[in-house]
Design a protein around this ligand. Structure first.
Ligand SMILES: [Zn+2]
Length: 232
């Protein structure tokens, strides 16, 4: 099916259920793909932009929407099939807690920069096999992949998408397209950012790996920011 996104406020990904390859949505999304659409919305009452997620699966040329829990179950089932077939974890997938006998294995599947699906690989999904017995040899042969999923802690640098957000320091609006820096914070389940003007921030308190998004800046802006970060 074709999924047409509104270029400024929407973007998204789909996961191929057999290969677990993840693609950015550019119109055509194949049957049975798992779909994640992200929609940027400005909420007047909290003076913040939030990203709302829509989840679904493509069935009979339609997007069947579902909540995150239900789609996570479908992805878990597909993930178990992948593991049985390939004797490996799907790409972008990590074991997120210790494995115990008879307990489902909890895996984290990373999509894009900020989204994680928590998958529960049960005995049933593995056709009666124990998740620990199936996954222990996979973990043993690869790099140590025990990984604890964390909330986003990096600040984000970007060009202001609109002129609506207010700087949390000087309390004036941040002009559209100006470089701004955002502190991650969570509103309910949604990752949001508290924005600051470039000049309202003490850049010297950051290390370069604490900031996401430098790669999207133009060279001149990037090198200016990198210089500010280097003055420590
Ligand atoms: Zn400011």
């Amino acid at each position: 099916m074709k999924i047409i996104l509104k270029s400024d406020e929407q973007w998204g990904f789909y996961i191929n259920p057999a290969s677990f390859q993840i693609f950015a949505i550019k119109e055509v999304v194949p049957e049975k793909s798992f779909v994640l659409i992200k929609n940027r919305e400005f909420l007047q009452e909290i003076n913040r932009t939030i990203i709302r997620n829509t989840y679904g699966i493509v069935k009979n040329e339609k997007l069947e929407k579902m909540d995150k829990k239900d789609i996570s179950e479908l992805i878990s089932e597909a993930c178990a099939k992948y593991i049985l077939k390939h004797h490996d974890l799907p790409p972008s997938c990590k074991v997120s807690s210790d494995l115990r006998y008879t307990k489902p294995a909890v895996l984290a599947l990373y999509v894009g920069n900020y989204d994680v699906f928590h998958l529960k690989i049960t005995v049933d999904y593995l056709n009666g096999k124990n998740p620990k017995e199936v996954l222990d040899p996979i973990i043993a042969k690869g790099p140590k992949s025990i990984f604890i999923a964390k909330k986003e802690e990096r600040w984000k640098v970007e060009y202001a998408k609109s002129g609506q957000a207010e700087c949390r320091k000087c309390e004036t609006k941040i002009e559209k397209n100006a470089v701004r820096l955002g502190e991650p914070s969570y509103y309910q389940e949604h990752l949001t950012f508290k924005w600051f003007h470039e000049n309202c921030i003490d850049w010297t308190k950051f290390k370069i790996d604490q900031i996401a998004g430098l790669e999207v800046l133009k060279d001149s802006d990037k090198s200016r920011i990198q210089k500010k970060l280097a003055k420590q």
